[in-house]
Design a protein around this ligand. Sequence first.
Ligand code: IFM
Length: 431
Amino acid sequence: MDRFQWGVATAAYQIEGAVTEDGRGPSTWDVFAHTPGRVRDGHTGDVACDHYHRWPEDVALMAGLGVDAYRFSVAWPRVQPSGSGAVNAAGLDFYDRLVDALLAAGIAPAATLYHWDLPQPLEDAGGWMNRDTAHRFAEYAAIVADRLADRVDAWMTLNEPVVVMAYGYGYGLYAPGHALLLDALPTAHHQLLAHGLGAAALRARGARRVGIANHYSPAWPASDDARAATATFDLMLNRLFTEPLLTGAYPDLTPLGGFPDGVVRDGDLPVIAAPLDFLGVNYYRPTRIGPAPADSPLPFDLVDMPDFPVTDLGWPIVPDAFGDLLRDLRATYGDALPPLVVTENGCSFPDAPDDGPRVAFLEAHIAAMRAAMADGVDVRGYFAWSLLDNFEWSEGYHPRFGLVHVDYATQQRTPKRSYAWYRDLIAAARA
Ligand code: IFM
């Protein structure tokens, strides 16, 4: 890659729909969303943005934006419906066509292999609590790479494994909906192992650039007596999924209870720490932390941040925290830090084509990124989340993160003001 890439990002379950079409199997999110009470207003990804049928129109929208790259995810249950064994040719064909159309439009494909839609049969066998899922992931990575590695520009093995651990297995807010609290910790190691084994499978098949998309949130103490709790939150959210990748060792996980015996085996860490071509950074907001209340099962408390403007989801808007995060990664990991790619950044605001607040959000965050780059942080790309309004997990279709408005009744796409603004920014950056 010889120039900075401007892009947009999406994920399969959030946009594709067609969940029972052409041989796709059920994922944990299908089951979760169809369980009453799990997703706001009973929304599901059954239809989503109907991207599975409307992808040519969506590629045309990206071409109109002038993006260099498109980050999408491959749905594991579309490619390998039961999570192991038989391959669904029709599923692979879909991504093959998409990749070719992107290349024809001059857009570099950036594929994420796992953005939370685990095949349900793997969850039935223990999901990410089961070490075997890491090996199944490597098998799936090899299948996708055999078909697409000749044309995909960049690969991300996993998206935000911390969210899968914390929301999926810890709090039960996301699929598969387990509330194991700190007992969910083995899912961290099994996902990191999946990353390492998957990355090796990709490289063995000629993948050009391999990385991972991690979620980061700078942790701020709410008070002096919250420093230990803040360090524990930072350990869970930011360090747990970065240090093994970049240093080949876990930080001291005692405040989180540590891994049960036998979870981390000899030889795992070198697999996890194989060099990355880039580290993906997903940034949305900082988090303020208070000491854990007396009866809390968790060693920290999340505290409101009323002193900042907020997005539609109540997330504080703090662009400086984004710049500081990029600088802190560089300061903390030094030469062990590979080039960074901002694999997600964006915001939800109410349904309006004239989305001035989104323009202001993106403008301020891109300025913060550029300031960090001017300070020497090596950032190679920026992907706005998201191209389209889409299924925002347990919030259903209520939050709208898109540069393009989607009318879910008609599937009509309408570019918002932020779309034109981003198009102009990209054009200006190239001039
Ligand atoms: O929509 C999600 C995405 O799937 C993962 N990162 C955060 C986004 C906004 O919540």
